[in-house]
Design a protein. Structure first.
Length: 349
């Protein structure tokens, strides 16, 4: 009887005790990381709930951190070209010198110069892609898309949309004039003004991602300047004629990195999340996220992708594409202001 009474009391105490909650990890992310198909394997493996908050643009992410309490966030996704900005503000924790998956990466997207400061690594590239030319191959001759010169030929006037973001599009126009993105300074802007204005005249619209994607998908336009795999891949199942390429003059490479925040209260768990995201499994799931697709930085992710996914991502052409791609312009304050002024003038023209 005493044994029965003790067992009953223990059961009662267990019932009254608060339910144990899984550990939580807070991640400041881009929308592709909110996909349950990406998060659930990590959550199950570590008995953790990953809380995410989406943001767009590095400035918005930095503002969120400034308005948060230390320790509110554990992990951050950030443009690779902006990692130094976050380090300068003392926001990121150093990552271990070993144990990262970068030995398995496409060499061009390791981007040590961007992800490290004074020999210390603060972030690791997780996904990349291109701002280039997207098009409907049912209405456009794919051979025409091999050169940026086609945009100014008049053949597709009124059938072109331009992605409304000054940095990649001015970079693409610069490439059409033989100007490398690293050389796109205030002096070089004078050389791209006329072709930029000509592109605007040839276009039907200059619009944001959603509007330009919709225009391409519905046939309002047949060519999208600034598009790429990130824009057409999610529509491929519905319309396999939507395609993209990198012209012979090149395209712009975008890359996103992931980092552990310095004030994280769970740095070990945050590091495990970074390791998962950069693992072949995590990379394949991130590359084909429901929000937008992109190229996995880790070559071994190819073993996790099926043939259709590889075809959409142009997996077998990446070595050639990377050889012709250039990083986003990283202008100083004066050049950035001049680029924005030129863009505004173009929009009003």
């Amino acid at each position: 009887m005493r044994l029965t009474t003790c067992c009953a009391a223990a059961a009662l105490l267990a019932a009254l005790a608060p339910t144990a909650r899984a550990e939580e990890l807070n991640a400041l992310i881009w929308c592709d990381h909110a996909d349950p198909a990406l998060l659930e394997p990590f959550e199950k493996a570590h008995d953790v709930k990953v809380n995410t908050k989406e943001y767009e643009g590095t400035a918005a992410g930095l503002t969120i951190l400034e308005q948060s309490r230390p320790g509110d966030w554990d992990v951050m996704v950030i443009d690779a070209v902006d990692v130094h900005r976050a380090v300068e503000r003392g926001l990121l924790a150093p990552l271990p010198a070993t144990g990262m998956a970068t030995a398995d990466y496409f060499p061009q997207v390791v981007m040590a110069a961007n992800n490290s400061v004074d020999g210390v690594t603060y972030a690791v590239t997780e996904k990349f892609g291109y701002n280039t030319i997207a098009f409907n191959k049912a209405a456009v001759d794919p051979a025409d898309m091999k050169s940026l010169k086609t945009l100014f030929s008049g053949k597709y006037d009124g059938r072109i949309a331009v992605y409304d973001y000054y940095l990649p599009v001015e970079g693409i126009v610069g490439l059409s004039q033989g100007i490398a993105t690293k050389d796109l300074d205030a002096a070089a802007l004078g050389r791209i003004k006329a072709p930029l204005f000509a592109l605007k005249s040839a276009s039907k619209q200059v619009s944001d991602v959603v509007a330009s994607q919709t225009a391409l998908a519905t046939g309002e336009v047949d060519v999208l300047v600034g598009g790429g795999e990130w824009l057409t891949a999610v529509l491929h199942a519905e319309n396999p004629d939507l395609d993209w390429t990198i012209p012979e003059e090149g395209g712009l490479l975008w890359a996103q990195s992931i980092a552990v925040l310095k004030d994280s209260k769970k740095p070990e768990l945050a590091l495990e999340f970074v390791k998962y995201i950069t693992s072949p499994e995590g990379q394949a799931r991130l590359a084909t996220s429901s929000c937008y697709w992109g190229m996995p930085a880790n070559r071994k992710a190819g073993a996790q992708l099926d043939a259709d996914q590889k075809a959409v991502l142009r997996w077998d052409e990446q070595d050639d594409y990377l050889a012709r791609a250039q990083l986003y312009p990283v202008p100083d304050a004066a050049t950035d202001a001049a680029m924005q002024d030129l863009w505004t003038e173009m929009l009003q023209n």
